[in-house]
Design a protein around this ligand. Structure first.
Ligand SMILES: O=C(O)CCC(=O)C(=O)O
Ligand SMILES: [Fe+2]
Length: 254
């Protein structure tokens, strides 16, 4: 069974992300893929669309027919909650998410991100409390072993540098950046997250990241990831402290 080793925790703390292999077994992956396929049939991308295509299901109360959303059931079966809890402090387990993101990338899409973004920033006109969270969990339904197959781009270590910036400028500086952008800190060089299908990527909320290109033929399978944006219990009231002290919600000395 997949677990968070001390080495994985150390990587998450210093790099801001870690890929845990072998989290989803065949049955769980098949269930995730069936659920994704049904969602894409109900809300398909436009004919001929290439590049990213995202769906954002909200879970709410059990649906009209009394069933929970498939992606909530997938979350409960996948073991992601237990792994996230092993990254987070024992007294701050993740709350169950109330929405998910089905992220797909349809080839060919030769694209290189010009820079990163931070999630959950609304347009300045509606600026208010940013939709911060603790950790992004991405369940890879498809293979990410090779780069340039829609893999997420990541700027390692930026979660710590952005935390320093927010300590200096105040946590509310987050709400003043433009959506789809990132505060002016030293980014360093990006990497692409790679690993096999069935892996789960955990990325710190503050980590600089962006959507990557898919340099493959139109006949190649679309890339599929299910993302959950997880909040450690009580994060909403603690968010200013959580972003100014980026490791304070996680295991190990903050
Ligand atoms: O496509 C991806 O893996 C990244 C998506 C992303 O960063 C976002 O939707 O906020
Ligand atoms: Fe993002």
């Amino acid at each position: 069974m997949a677990e968070i080793t001390p080495r994985a925790l150390a990587a998450f703390r210093t790099q801001g992300y870690v890929v845990i292999p072998g989290v989803l077994d065949e049955r769980q992956r098949a269930f995730g893929s069936r659920t994704a396929a049904a969602m894409l049939t109900a809300q398909p991308p436009a004919a001929g669309h290439t590049g990213p295509y995202f769906l954002w299901p909200r879970f709410g109360l059990a649906g009209d027919c009394g069933h929970d959303h498939g992606l909530l059931r997938f979350y409960r079966q996948s073991g992601i909650a237990e792994l996230a809890a092993a990254l987070l402090r024992p007294d701050l387990p993740p709350d169950e998410p109330d929405f998910a993101q089905l992220a797909t990338t349809i080839p060919p899409w030769t694209h290189r991100p010009s820079g990163p973004h931070v999630d959950g920033i609304s347009p300045p006109a509606q600026a208010g409390q940013p939709e911060t969270f603790s950790v992004l969990a991405g369940a890879w339904l498809t293979d990410h072993a090779e780069p340039d197959r829609g893999n997420m781009w990541i700027w390692p270590g930026t979660h710590l540098r952005l935390g320093e910036y927010l300590t200096e400028h105040g946590a509310d500086a987050l709400g003043r950046i433009y959506p789809g952008s990132y505060p002016p800190i030293d980014l360093g060089e990006p990497v692409q997250a790679t690993g096999d299908a069935g892996s789960v990527l955990f990325a710190h909320y503050l980590l600089a990241h962006n959507i990557g290109g898919y340099d493959g033929p139109a006949s190649a399978p679309m890339r599929q990831v299910i993302y959950y944006r997880l909040r450690a219990h009580g994060h909403r009231v603690r968010w200013r402290d959580a972003v100014a002290r980026p490791l304070s919600e996680f295991r190990g000395a903050a």
